[in-house]
Design a binder for this molecule. Structure first.
Ligand code: GTR
Length: 372
């Protein structure tokens, strides 16, 4: 592949505050700039959730059985239930926990946006998209839920899914109301609520993983919800890990036209005008700092644009540095199959297509073994 870093786009600086002031201390980042940037993304890109953890939320154990994976794992099926003015919802969480002697285990949570068979809880299908056996054999709990439980992935005017539960149907939607990606990210945070209550899971060592639209979701989830120790974006591309300005492949206009329900209404105002956005995606990555972040790209995934994903890691680094950590310092362009795992931002470029593979998962786990 012709791997070329885009000509240096002029990017908004995560370390210049809304009033033009330079952010010079970790305290200023924590107390001021971080929340300014979260707000900018809420207002202009992903929208605002009307609700956090619902008071009505409950966890129902639908199954807890041993003997899975040659006797090395316990399977749990958990129904995360909630209700609001517009109805009730349930997120079905599947979880395989490696058996240890009373020790809490770290976990990988996949936000699944593919067909259900990829997350088969009966393991008749063992898809590389969610290689639960591999994850468990490396000492991590393997957890997954499907995005449709939070919000079905089509444009129905925000009637179904969690939008319909908390939004009055007759009320006009604000231009910064949450879209579908925001609803999915909200769902992943509800799973974290559950992890905090499960004595088998070390909630301080949980990674949230997503591929493509799921990767955009993992990033937005981890940016807002600081309980996640590691955030993994696989091939997330436009409005995920890729810098928007000067991006190849999918543009803001493309994504808003094809998926009008993913982001907030305000985002459509930036169709063809990405240079006017007050943010770019390196600032989303910077919101993960100083926690662990992983960005994965694939050589043939031109629509997502690997070079722009790599560039975002480089431009998130100054925030890690300000906070006293090594984030991502790379020279030139990455080589395929040569992961960069030194700092708190991990990266790899895989040869091949837009997909989530066992190679990708193994890299994520190598990085987690080292840093989490
Ligand atoms: C594409 C979309 C991308 C990406 C992808 C996916 O059609 O343009 O932004 O999200 O779908 O989720 O597989």
């Amino acid at each position: 592949m012709n791997y070329r870093l885009p000509d240096k786009p002029i990017l908004p600086d995560p370390l210049i505050g809304n009033r033009g002031e330079q952010i010079v201390s970790p305290k200023q980042w924590r107390e001021q700039r971080r929340s300014e940037i979260v707000e900018l993304f809420r207002q202009h890109v992903y929208g605002r959730c009307p609700i956090g953890r619902p008071r009505s939320q409950s966890f129902e154990v639908a199954d807890q059985s041993g003997g899975w994976m040659n006797g090395t794992a316990v399977r749990k099926k958990i129904n995360i239930r909630f209700d609001g003015p517009g109805g009730t919802g349930v997120i079905h969480l599947y979880l395989f926990v490696p058996i240890t002697e009373g020790k809490k285990v770290p976990a990988f949570l996949l936000i699944c946006n593919r067909e259900q068979e990829n997350m088969d809880p009966d393991r008749k299908v063992q898809s590389p998209f969610w290689p639960a056996e591999d994850i468990v054999s490396r000492g991590y709990a393997a957890a997954v839920f499907h995005v449709q439980d939070a919000d079905p992935d089509f444009d129905d005017g925000f009637r179904n899914g969690v939008h319909g539960i908390w939004e009055a149907a007759e009320a006009p939607r604000p231009a910064d109301a949450w879209g579908t990606i925001g609803a999915w990210a909200w769902g992943a945070s509800r799973v974290m609520d559950y992890f905090e209550a499960d004595p088998d899971i070390d909630e301080a060592r949980v990674a949230v993983v997503g591929h493509s639209r799921g990767g955009k979701t993992a990033l937005w989830c981890g940016a807002q919800d600081e309980r996640f120790a590691l955030v993994v974006s696989n091939d997330s591309g436009c409005t995920g890990a890729a810098i928007t300005r000067g991006k190849q492949g999918e543009t803001v206009q493309d994504i808003n036209q094809r998926f009008p329900h993913w982001f907030c209404e305000n985002y459509k105002g930036f169709n063809g005008r990405e240079h006017d956005l007050p943010v770019d995606q390196h600032m989303l990555l910077a919101l993960i700092a100083p926690r662990l972040l992983y960005v994965a790209s694939a050589t043939e995934d031109i629509w997502a644009d690997p070079a722009s994903e790599f560039l975002a890691c480089m431009h998130a680094n100054p925030v890690y540095k300000l906070l006293g950590f090594l984030g991502f310092e790379a020279e030139g362009s990455p080589l395929p199959e040569v992961p960069i795992h030194e700092g708190r931002i991990g990266y790899h470029l895989r040869t091949g297509k837009h997909d989530l593979t066992r190679y990708d998962w193994n890299c994520f786990m190598d990085f987690a073994d080292r840093h989490m």
